[in-house]
Write a protein that binds this ligand. Structure first.
Ligand code: GNR
Ligand code: NI
Length: 168
């Protein structure tokens, strides 16, 4: 078991595009376990492998109140079921302290593999749909700040860079 360091914006490693998971082995199980531990410790509802500097298509989510409903998505893909957009105030463990409104498709269908490589699909709406899209963006090197104005994004970048200098 290990807590993994979470990369923070504007770290360029957050911009890498993740590659397909092909080996469903014990090493993958350990990574998934460590990602859940890291996510729960940071009080997040989701975590993409990219955020812990592993550039593989893998993410973990738990949106439950009691933190007892872990979901693992490996090689996830989604399709928009309902084109209507809905707004949500998003935050990100890689952009600590900032929350901004982002619009995304309201209902999606996700196809992925589980820890053993078995394919599954599910339809998601509400916060789960938001979270899955947010995490899949990470695997593409994309962050929620990319949906904001360049002025807002620059302000966030400046503030976080100042924080990083202080703690360096
Ligand atoms: O913990 C998180 N909360 C959150 C809130 C609104 C929309 C998306 C998220 S995901 C975020 C954890 C994270 O950064 N995942 O990549
Ligand atoms: Ni995030």
């Amino acid at each position: 078991m290990a807590l993994l360091p979470i990369l923070e914006f504007p770290d360029p490693r957050l911009r890498k595009v993740a590659s397909t998971v092909t080996d469903f082995n014990e090493k993958l199980e350990v990574l998934i376990h460590d990602m859940f531990e890291t996510m729960y410790d940071a009080r997040g509802i989701g975590l993409a492998a990219t955020q812990v500097d592993v550039h593989r298509r893998l993410l973990v989510i738990d949106i439950s109140e009691n933190k007892d409903s872990p979901l693992t998505f490996i090689n996830p893909e989604f399709e928009v079921i309902e084109g209507e957009l809905s707004e949500y105030d998003e935050g990100c463990l890689s952009v600590p302290g900032f929350y901004e409104t982002v619009s995304r498709p309201r209902v999606i269908k996700v196809r992925a593999q589980d820890q053993s490589g078995k394919p599954f699909e599910m339809t998601a709406d509400g916060i789960l749909a938001v979270c899955i899209q947010h995490e899949i963006d990470h695997l593409e090197g994309k962050l929620f700040v990319d949906y904001l104005s360049s002025l807002k994004r620059q302000r966030i970048r400046n503030k976080l860079e100042k924080e990083h200098k202080k703690s360096a």
